[in-house]
Design a protein around this ligand. Structure first.
Ligand SMILES: Nc1nc2c(ncn2[C@@H]2O[C@H](COP(=O)(O)OP(=O)(O)OP(=O)(O)O)[C@@H](O)[C@H]2O)c(=O)[nH]1
Ligand SMILES: [Mg+2]
Length: 443
C-alpha cells in the first residue's frame, strides 16, 4: 500500500467533465509536478483552479480544478487528489498518462475502496454498498445503498456481536481463571437463554434479508401456458412495447423473450416462453424444454389460461406442474369469456391488465417496508449470517445434550467469526480486548 495509485473515476466517454483520482503518499507531489499552482501549502478539502502542464516544459495540457484531501480525512484514508478536467476521452487519458509518468501506478478495479477498507475508513459491508449505489437502477435500490454506505449493517450487527463476545469472555474467564470468584459462572442454565435470544434475533434478520434480496435483485418471473393463450401478448402489455411476436398460430414463440418492469419499487424480470404442448416440431420442442427450465428457475410463475375455453388436459398438467411454485393463475381473453372466473382476469390484447398489476403489487407489498430498515442484502452477507446461525444452533444442541459450556465455546467462536467477517474484520485481539476491558485481569 506504499505506492500511489491513479485511475479515471468517471466513464470514458465525452462529457462536461472527467475526474482523475490519485491516492497515496505521493499524490500531492505527483500532481504538483504537473500543476501551475501551489498545492503543497493548500488546506485540506479545497479546490484549486489552474492548468495542467507537461513537466519540465511549459506546454499547457488542460484547464482543470484540483480537489485536495489530506490523510486520514479522505475516502481512502490517504492523501487524495482529484483532477477535474474537460470531459474528452483523449484529454482525460492524456492527463492520466502524465500522472502515471510521474510515478503513480494504475489502480486495479476497486482498489480505492479496498484502501478505504484497509485503512478502516469503511467496513466491507459499506464497500459493498458503494458498489450497490453505483449499480442502483431505481429509488428502492438507491435507498438501500445509502443506508449501507452510512453503516447500517454494522449497526445491525453490533449488539449481536457484543452479546456473543460477552458470552465468550465469561466462558474463557471461567476456564482460565477458575479462582477468580467475582466473575459470574457460565452454566448451561445461564447460557441457554442468551443463545436462544440471540438465535431469535438472527432469524428475524435473515427473514428481512430475503426481502432485501428481492428488492435488490428483482424477481425472476416466468409467463407459462399452452400455445396461443396470450403469453406474448401479456409480456408486451407489461413491457408496454411490442417486444415478442404475437400471432394466432399456435407455437409462435420458440425462444425465451425477456424484459424487466418496475412495479412500485419491485423489479420483475419477465420471461415469455414457448407454449407447452406435445409436438413433433424439433425447434418447438427445444423451445418447450427451455420453458420447462424457466419454470424450474423462476421465483414466480404467471400461469396463463384461456378464459374463453374450458380448461383441457394440457392446462391441468401445467396447473399440477407449477403447484409447488409461487404462482398466480391468470385468465386471459376475458373479452371472449361468457362467464367470469374466480381469480385474475385480464385482456392482454387490449392492454387491460390492471387486475394482474394490483395482484403483483399486493404479493410483494410487505417486502417494500424493509427498504428503509437496516438489512443484509447480498449472498456473501446472508451466507455468513446463516453460518453463524448454524454454529449457534449446534452450540444450543450440544448444551441441551448435556455438554459443558467450555465445549460449546468453539461453535460460539465460529459464529462470532462469521459475524465479524460480514464486516470484513476478524481479529482474535477483539476478544482479548473485551476480556481485559471487562474484567481488568492480568494486572
Ligand atoms: N380476444 C383476445 N385475443 C387475445 C388476447 N390476448 C391474446 N390474444 C390473441 O391470441 C393469439 C395468441 O396470442 P399470443 O400472445 O401470441 O399467444 P402465446 O401464448 O404467446 O402463444 P405461443 O407463443 O404460440 O405459445 C393472438 O392472435 C392474440 O392477438 C385477449 O386478451 N383477447
Ligand atoms: Mg408467444
Amino acid at each position: 500500500m506504499n505506492d500511489t495509485i491513479a485511475a479515471i473515476a468517471t466513464p470514458l466517454a465525452e462529457g462536461a467533465i472527467s475526474i482523475i483520482r490519485v491516492s497515496g503518499e505521493q499524490a500531492i507531489s505527483i500532481v504538483q509536478s504537473l500543476f501551475d499552482h501551489d498545492l503543497f501549502h493548500r488546506d485540506a478539502n479545497t479546490i484549486t483552479y489552474g492548468f495542467i502542464k507537461k513537466p519540465n516544459t511549459n506546454t499547457c495540457v488542460d484547464e482543470v480544478l484540483v480537489s485536495l484531501f489530506r490523510m486520514p480525512h479522505s475516502f481512502t484514508g490517504e492523501d487524495v487528489i482529484e483532477i477535474n478536467c474537460h470531459g474528452g476521452v483523449f484529454i482525460t487519458r492524456e492527463i492520466l498518462k502524465l500522472v502515471l509518468s510521474q510515478g503513480a501506478r494504475l489502480a486495479r478495479p476497486g482498489e480505492f475502496s479496498e484502501r478505504a477498507f484497509l485503512h478502516g475508513r469503511i467496513d466491507l459491508a459499506q464497500a459493498e454498498a458503494v458498489m450497490d449505489m453505483v449499480k442502483a437502477s431505481d429509488s428502492t435500490n438507491a435507498q438501500m445503498a445509502i443506508q449501507g454506505i452510512r453503516g447500517s449493517v454494522q449497526k445491525l450487527l453490533k449488539p449481536l456481536i457484543e452479546e456473543i463476545l460477552n458470552i465468550i469472555a465469561v466462558i474463557e474467564v471461567n476456564i482460565d481463571y477458575p479462582e477468580y470468584d467475582d466473575v459470574e459462572i457460565m452454566t448451561t442454565e445461564t447460557l441457554l437463554p442468551s443463545i436462544e435470544a440471540w438465535l431469535k434475533n438472527i432469524a428475524m434478520i435473515l427473514d428481512k434479508a430475503e426481502s432485501g434480496r428481492i428488492l435488490k435483485e428483482g424477481i425472476k418471473t416466468a409467463i407459462i401456458g399452452k400455445p396461443n393463450v396470450g403469453k406474448s401478448s401479456l409480456l408486451n402489455a407489461l413491457l408496454e412495447e411490442e417486444k415478442a411476436i404475437v400471432t394466432d398460430i399456435e407455437g409462435t414463440t420458440r425462444d425465451i423473450v425477456e424484459g424487466s418492469i418496475h412495479l412500485g419499487g419491485i423489479t420483475l424480470h419477465l420471461i415469455d416462453t414457448a407454449g407447452i404442448r406435445k409436438t413433433d416440431d424439433v425447434i418447438e420442442q427445444m423451445g418447450i424444454e427451455r420453458s420447462q427450465k424457466a419454470i424450474d428457475e423462476a421465483q414466480l410463475i404467471l400461469l396463463i389460461i384461456d378464459a374463453s375455453k374450458e380448461m383441457d388436459e394440457q392446462d391441468h398438467i401445467l396447473f399440477e406442474n407449477t403447484k409447488h411454485k409461487n404462482r398466480l393463475i391468470v385468465y386471459n381473453k376475458s373479452d371472449l369469456a361468457d362467464t367470469s372466473r374466480d381469480g385474475i382476469s385480464i385482456c392482454a390484447a387490449n392492454n387491460e391488465i390492471d387486475e394482474l398489476l394490483s395482484a403483483l403489487q399486493k404479493l410483494y407489498e410487505h417486502h417494500q417496508n424493509v427498504a428503509n430498515a437496516p438489512i443484509l442484502n447480498n449472498d456473501r452477507q446472508i451466507g455468513l449470517m446463516r453460518s453463524a446461525q448454524k454454529h449457534m444452533e449446534q452450540a444450543k444442541m450440544a448444551l441441551l445434550a448435556g455438554m459443558e459450556p467450555n465445549i460449546v465455546e468453539l461453535d460460539i467462536q465460529e459464529a462470532y467469526k462469521n459475524l465479524k467477517e460480514i464486516l470484513g474484520e476478524y481479529h482474535r485481539d477483539d476478544l482479548l480486548d473485551t476480556l481485559f476491558a471487562n474484567f481488568c485481569l492480568g494486572k
